[in-house]
Ligand binder design. Structure first.
Ligand code: AMP
Length: 177
């Protein structure tokens, strides 16, 4: 385990005003990722939560989710499964549409990515409204996966994304109230 605590991690996240659109305070994680001990600490903390339970695959959500999900999967000796925007995965996929603040979006996963009964941990960089993760879990469950955990580095608690995910064990490292 590395000797970095959550308040030190929080200090490494950069706020960017009005990105990508006016009124959004964007949490820029590149300033944390480029710091070796900080990145290791995040991965250690996320993976550590699940070290004593069975995880067969870690699902990561395009694109910042991949950064953490891949590293956590490696640490847990689990497989990695990408959930991507439509048209990116080369094989046969199943898809799900979900609501955004303005309009709709869709996500896809390979239909053979998860076998029925496998224990799945889903990881993303940040929980905002929870729409992206809720849609991802619908894909996992459609394939018969059992969601054993949902993990985020950052939770914007004031957006109440947790409410959309209340049927699942949820863990986040850095919470903004
Ligand atoms: P949501 O579906 O609302 O929970 O949005 C989650 C996705 O949008 C995550 O994959 C984040 O990367 C991205 N996201 C939403 N809000 C922000 C924000 N304020 N700063 C950085 N990323 C964000």
């Amino acid at each position: 385990m590395s000797h970095v605590d959550v308040s030190q991690l929080r200090a490494k996240i950069r706020d960017i005003k009005d990105f990508p659109t006016e009124g959004i305070l964007f949490k820029d994680i590149t300033t944390l990722l480029k710091d070796g001990p900080a990145f290791r600490a995040v991965v250690d903390m996320l993976a550590g939560e699940y070290a004593r339970q069975r995880v067969d695959v870690v699902v990561g959500i395009e694109s910042r989710g991949f950064i953490f999900a891949g590293a956590v999967a490696h640490q847990l000796s689990a497989g990695f499964v990408p959930v991507r925007k439509l048209g990116k995965l080369p094989g046969k996929t199943i898809e799900v549409e979900y609501e955004l603040e303005y309009g709709r979006d869709a996500l896809a996963v390979h239909e053979d990515a998860i076998r029925a009964g496998q224990h799945v941990l889903a990881v993303d960089d940040l929980l905002a409204t929870g729409g992206t993760m809720a849609a991802t879990l619908r894909l996992v469950e459609q394939l018969g996966g059992k969601v054993v955990g949902v993990a985020f580095m950052i939770e914007l608690a004031f957006l109440k994304g947790r409410d959309k995910l209340k049927n699942y064990p949820l863990h986040s490292l850095i919470v903004y109230d």
